[in-house]
Design a protein around this ligand. Structure first.
Ligand SMILES: Nc1ncnc2c1ncn2[C@@H]1O[C@H](COP(=O)(O)OP(=O)(O)OP(=O)(O)O)[C@@H](O)[C@H]1O
Ligand SMILES: [Mg+2]
Length: 141
């Protein structure tokens, strides 16, 4: 059924040469669930996330987001579907506020052209106001 699992990882295998990092990893994340992956250093936690966001390609297995298979999709397409990612070594814009850093990460949600954003044209302004409301909800959370 659609939306029963937001994210589903089905039996992924990943190796680098002779180093087998992921051997048949499966997991599912349901709506409103927060799932933590725990394990010792080098266990393969980051590799799982790298497979979800297509920085790494598993040699075997399938990954679904919102019931759509994303195993072979490009990273920007996966992001546009709503599967965002932060990194272990977090890179923030030091000169920007928390709100501005979050707004910078919303670029994939912005549909207006750079030109209309630059001249603060009506639809661009409305879009930014809407995104700002979302960012404030994230900060509250
Ligand atoms: N691009 C790569 N090439 C070769 N080996 C890699 C590569 N990426 C990860 N590995 C290896 O895969 C294994 C799992 O690494 P990973 O970074 O996923 O571990 P982790 O569970 O996130 O560890 P940590 O808790 O230290 O963050 C490690 O042995 C690592 O050296
Ligand atoms: Mg890691």
């Amino acid at each position: 059924m659609k939306n029963q699992e937001v994210l589903k990882i089905d039996d992924i295998w990943l190796s680098f040469g002779g180093v087998h990092v992921l051997r048949g990893v499966s997991l599912a994340v349901r709506p409103h669930e927060i799932l933590a992956i725990i394990g010792p250093n080098g266990a393969g936690k980051t590799c799982i996330l790298n497979c979800v966001n297509a920085f790494y390609r598993p040699q075997k297995g399938r990954i679904f987001f919102d019931s759509v298979e994303i195993t072979h999709m490009a990273p920007d397409k996966i992001c546009a579907m709503g599967a965002a990612r932060v990194f272990q070594n977090i890179e923030l814009y030091a000169g920007l506020t928390t709100l501005e850093n979050l707004m910078a990460a919303r670029h994939s949600k912005m549909k207006q052209s750079i030109l209309s954003q630059a001249i603060w044209y009506g639809p661009a302004r409305n879009e930014e106001v809407r995104q700002r409301e979302s960012v404030e909800l994230i900060i509250d959370f």
